[in-house]
Every structure is written in C-alpha cells, then in structure tokens.
Design a protein around this ligand. Structure first.
Ligand SMILES: Nc1nc2c(ncn2[C@@H]2O[C@H](COP(=O)(O)OP(=O)(O)OP(=O)(O)O)[C@@H](O)[C@H]2O)c(=O)[nH]1
Ligand SMILES: [Mg+2]
Length: 389
C-alpha cells in the first residue's frame, strides 16, 4: 500500500519524517516504495528545519500562517491553528498534488499531536480540504494522544485533544489512536526520547505497507494483504499493534514436521499476544468491528495451520469483528505479527476527553459568570456618584 503522509505541527512533522525513513528502508532493503510523498506542515519555521528526511524545499516543508504567527507557532491555541490552516490549506493541497508519484497513491495519512496547537487545529481542516478534492482516495488520520503528565498539568491539553478528535472523526475514514503514554510504560528511559518513541509508533506499519507492494515472487504470500484489504479493514476508531517471536536456530535434530507445526502456531500466538498487549491505545478488542492481521515469517516457517490458528485465536478475543488476514514470506529468524483493530464502538479514552473538556467548559463559564457578577456589584455601589465624563 502506498501512502501520502502529511504531518502537521511538531509531532506530526517528526512522525511524517519517520515514515519517510521507513520508505528509504523499504527502497534499500526490499526495492519497493511505500510512501509516494511525505510533507510537514507547521506554523513554526524552526521545527520544520529540524527535520531530517523529508525534502528540504518549501513544497515539502510547508510554513503556514507566517504573517499571523511570525513563524513562531500558535502556542497551544488550537483555534488559532485551525484559523491559520483555513487560510493556507490551499498551499498544502497544491503541494501534495505535485508529489512525484501522486497518481500511485492508495490513501492519505494525516498525523498530528492532538494536545498541541498547530497540528491539533489544522488536521481536520486539511482533511476536509482533501476530502473535497479527492473523493476517491481514503483519508486516514493518526491522532497522537498526550502524555499523562501533560493532561494533568495543563487544562488546555485535554480541551485541545477533545475538540480536535471531535472535528477530525467525521472528516476521515479512520483515526489511528496512538497514546504517547503507552510507549513510556514500555521503558522508562524512553520518557524524553521522542525519536525512539516515534520509531516504535511507525514500525508496525513497515511490513503492513510493504506486503502488497512486493514484486519478487519469493516474497509474495499465499494470501496477499494489499491496499484493498487494508482499506476494507479500516473504519472509525482504530488501533495498531505489533509483536514478534524469535524462531529457534535450525538444527539437524529438530523435531518432526508435526510437532514443528504445532510449536510454530504456539510461537505465532505468543507474537499475537504481544501485539494485543502492545496496542497503540489500551482498549477492549471485543469492541472492534473489523480486524486484519499480517503474519510475516520466513517462507519455510509459514504454513496455513499457523495463519488459521491465529485467526481462531483472534476470533475468541474479538468475537464480533470481521477478520481478514494474510501472510508475507520474508526475513529470517522471526514470526512477526502486525494487527489492526478497527471500527471500535467504544473508546474509553476518547469519551474521557469529551467528558473532561465539557466539564471544563462549564467550569470556565461558571467562573466567568461569577467574575461578571462581582463587576456588577462594584458598578452598583458607584451608582449614586457623579461621573467626570
Ligand atoms: N510521539 C510524539 N509526540 C510528540 C512529539 N512532539 C510533540 N509530541 C506531543 O504532541 C503534543 C504537542 O503537540 P506539538 O506537535 O508539539 O504541537 P504543535 O502542533 O506544534 O502546536 P504548537 O507548538 O502549539 O503550535 C504533546 O502531547 C507532545 O507530547 C514527537 O516527536 N513524538
Ligand atoms: Mg509547535
């Protein structure tokens, strides 16, 4: 599957840069392309110049709102991010159209940190513009949710997240929810290492995007997962997970074919369990309506029992979901599973943002009324005095 990736704001830009690196890897390791264009959009000129892989020209690193913000960002005010994007979205859409292999693109992926200002405000505006221009291409979003400490210390973070997600959801075909906090828990030393977190976030997409683009027959699975399968598997709130298990080194005393098949299925299930426990957002798989998994493993380790066994296993965990699958004969030493769960009908985290942000609005309104009431009292007390005007 080939994507045009557009990162908005600092978080979005850096993740789009990471996708551009995935494409370089696909090109050098596998001789294929998975990204037809990578773009970063920001109100902050310094953030744009800090990127590494996205082309350095103004058509790929797009500065918006220059006049209004002086190239210094919108300081977490996502209404301002949206305002600036409305004025400059044309610039973004025009740049995307000029991508070298644009006609080969299967879908758009827009990325932003929802707790900030620029990306959070701009993402739904750009989605809306793309939707109006390109009726035939699906538009996906990756919404990066803030770290817990940001939610706790800054009221604006939750408000930005809530208003961004509410505006974004109806504008796109699916929203990948990625919770920054999940990646911290895996290894505390990563806390300040956003680069590492970004590579963990994008890694699960590598095999998934590559599988359907392979040209060499030895890497083409019995059941290919191509753009069509992925598009059919994506709708609404979505999460992605990734897990792998090491295969034992070959030995002349390896067990019989029958036990080998059994232990491969067990290893596959172990990888699937890892994918399930490392989903990009903590959620209940039973609430999903669609799922797709890709099994990547060396051709000699791949067999239908493995792929089918994993399907039976996933069925017990997501009983309501329409489940698709595929195999990708590649690499050595690992059984690797990419799992997408989509069309969630309940997402606690998102509901929590909506409830908290609505509560905050009422609180703010209450504070305002109290403030105005007090002002009125002062005015009242002065009513018998003459005015000098
Ligand atoms: N995973 C990840 N999250 C990031 C990164 N950079 C920022 N964030 C998160 O994104 C949110 C803030 O969004 P930013 O992208 O910094 O903000 P912005 O869109 O540039 O908006 P302004 O700077 O307010 O104009 C916070 O929750 C950050 O923790 C990154 O490189 N990777
Ligand atoms: Mg910024």
């Amino acid at each position: 599957m080939k994507l045009v990736v557009v990162g908005l704001g600092q978080c979005g830009g850096r993740l789009a840069d990471e996708f551009a690196r995935l494409n370089e890897r696909a090109r050098s390791q596998r001789g294929i392309e998975i990204i037809t264009g990578a773009f970063a959009v920001n109100t902050d000129a310094a953030d744009l110049s800090g990127l590494q892989t996205i082309s350095g020209d103004y058509q790929h690193r797009i500065l918006i709102g220059g006049r209004m913000t002086g190239g210094h960002g919108v300081g977490k005010i996502n209404e301002l991010g949206a305002e600036v994007a409305k004025d400059d979205a044309d610039k973004v859409v025009d740049a995307i159209r000029t991508a070298r292999h644009f006609f080969e693109t299967d879908a758009f992926l827009l990325i932003a940190g929802v707790g900030g200002g620029t990306g959070s405000g701009a993402i739904s505006i750009v989605a809306q513009m793309l939707r109006e221009r390109y009726l035939d291409k699906p538009i996906y979003a990756m919404a990066v949710l803030p770290f817990a400490h940001e939610e706790d210390t800054e009221e604006r973070t939750v408000y930005n997240a809530a208003t961004c997600l509410k505006s974004l959801y109806p504008m796109v075909d699916a929203v990948f929810l990625v919770d920054n906090q999940r990646y911290v828990r895996k290894d505390f030393s990563l806390k300040n290492n956003l680069t590492k977190i970004n590579s963990l976030i994008t890694e699960p997409f590598y095999n998934l995007l590559c599988a359907g683009e392979e040209k060499k027959s030895k890497h083409i699975g019995a059941k290919i997962v191509d753009a069509g399968d992925i598009i059919q598997s994506l709708a609404g709130w979505t999460v992605i997970g990734h897990g792998s298990t090491q295969l034992p080194a070959w030995s002349p005393f390896s067990s019989s074919n029958f036990t080998k098949k059994g232990s491969e299925t067990n290893r596959g299930i172990q990888a699937m369990d890892e994918a399930l426990s490392e989903l990009s957002l903590k959620c209940n798989p039973a609430d999903s309506g669609r799922a797709i998994y890709l099994v990547s493993a060396p051709a000699k380790e791949m067999n239908m029992d493995l792929v089918k066994g994993l399907g039976d296993y996933l069925r017990t965990i997501s009983p309501e979901a329409v489940i698709r699958n595929g195999d990708y004969p590649i690499g050595g030493g690992l059984i690797d599973i990419t799992l997408l769960l989509s069309e969630f009908n309940a997402v606690e985290k998102v509901k929590g943002y909506y409830t908290k942000a609505s509560g905050a609005i009422h609180q703010l309104k209450g504070r305002r009324e109290e403030f105005e009431g007090k002002l009125k009292e002062i005015e009242e007390a002065s009513k018998d005095l003459p005015s000098l005007l």
